[in-house]
Design a protein around this ligand. Sequence first.
Ligand code: KIV
Ligand code: ZN
Length: 502
Amino acid sequence: MRIVKIFDTTLRDGEQSPGASMNVAEKLRLAEQLARLGVDIIEAGFAIASPGDFEAIKTIGNEVEGPVICSLARAKEEDIKRAWESLKDAPRRRIHTFHSTSDIHLKYQFRISREEALKRSVDMVRFAKSFVDDVEFSPMDATRTDIGYLCEVIEAVIEAGAVTVNIPDTVGYSIPGEFGAMIKTLRDRVKNIDKAVISVHCHNDLGLSTSNSLSAVLNGAGQVECTVNGIGERAGNCSMEEVVMALRTRRDLFNADTNINTEEIMRSSRLVTKITGMSVQPNKAIVGANAFAHESGIHQDGLLKEKSTYEIIRPETIGLHKTKFVLGKHSGRHAFRTRLDELGYTLSDEEVNSAFYRFKKLADQKKEIYDEDIEALVSEEFTTAPEIYSLTGLSVSSGTDQKPAATLKLKVNGELIEKTGHGDGPVDAVFRAITLITGAKSRLLRYEVKAITGGTDALGEVVCSLEEGDRSVSGHGADTDIIIASAKAYINALNKLAARKK
Ligand code: KIV
Ligand code: ZN
């Protein structure tokens, strides 16, 4: 059985989704989970794009074991040098360089000829090769590139040393039959194609990114670039869980599989949602809340008799286990730590102490603590930013015959400030009080609240995305009181914005 490599670009293309930007600690946490998931390559960022990206690639390269760590670079010397600097301590490293090849891009964006684009691509592959053996090249907008010219570019970059040639459907324009045929043409016409792995990178503008990637695999692609939950630029990228589970479920047809440990899919999906603040639609394939919910009586009847009647994937295969009651008020630190280990969290003593303190507070409010509650508590450890603002007190009044008001106490750089805000509802009043204290000028992009488990005593989890200038961030807060959770989420987002401004 052929193994198709999974090249995960959640940290790079995924991060290009509006509001999905992540800080270094969050990227590291996610990269560790991607390693547990078993991806072959992690594209950790675009080194020249920002100091934060650079630092994230460096940290991930130093700390995450297993996958090859990849840094993206335009076909420019300064980009490639920066990519190399971000990778030089990583034991397994790859430089991914790219240049547009379609006439539309060359004429209107770069204003250069095909010959010049070819020369830059070849020169920069050679330049990248002077730093690392593992060089990947992407002809951007490949699917709108003249096929004869594309073959010429691919042949030349392989000759220059590229060991992976990635074919991006940058604007999500292609359709499966056509894209598969394109891969076949490259295999038939490019003389040295057997010296490189053919990769594909499909965007989802027409909702076809997974189908296009699978069609490419059927035609010989050996690497698929994808993101967890399909996040990414515009309508997103090919979704990792869809392509992996299609290959696994239909091995009979593809005669191909991946190295992915599918039981880690659900946890990876939840982590991406938590960190980026981008929820998954309920009917999303594989990881949506309804993906395994059978509503029709006829289906339920069949399932009770024999699961395979209506279930093509066992939920356990993707790590979806029935929520079980795990811990309670009397559970000790040891039991808590053991459960964290079982859930795959490796925390320092300090982090365990802080999560345990919050666990005890929660256990006072909530009788039964589920895995999802623990994950929410722990995720606070990873989504925090240096605290300029910290919540020290909140009281809210609202009702049918009074204007909602919130009196909030915030420590700002150590100084305690108290203000009262009024609003259309209690959350609005809280946000206004926070704005009065902080003077925040950010725009609220998204506010979402959901119950983590069932029951009226469930932890409420709030995600709040803010935008200021060209920066956007998502903050999180979890509490049994959704108003407090909202305040925490807003403050967390403001702390992240402040950290990014620095
Ligand atoms: O979509 C695209 O073309 C890209 C390239 C950088 C591979 O993301
Ligand atoms: Zn892309």
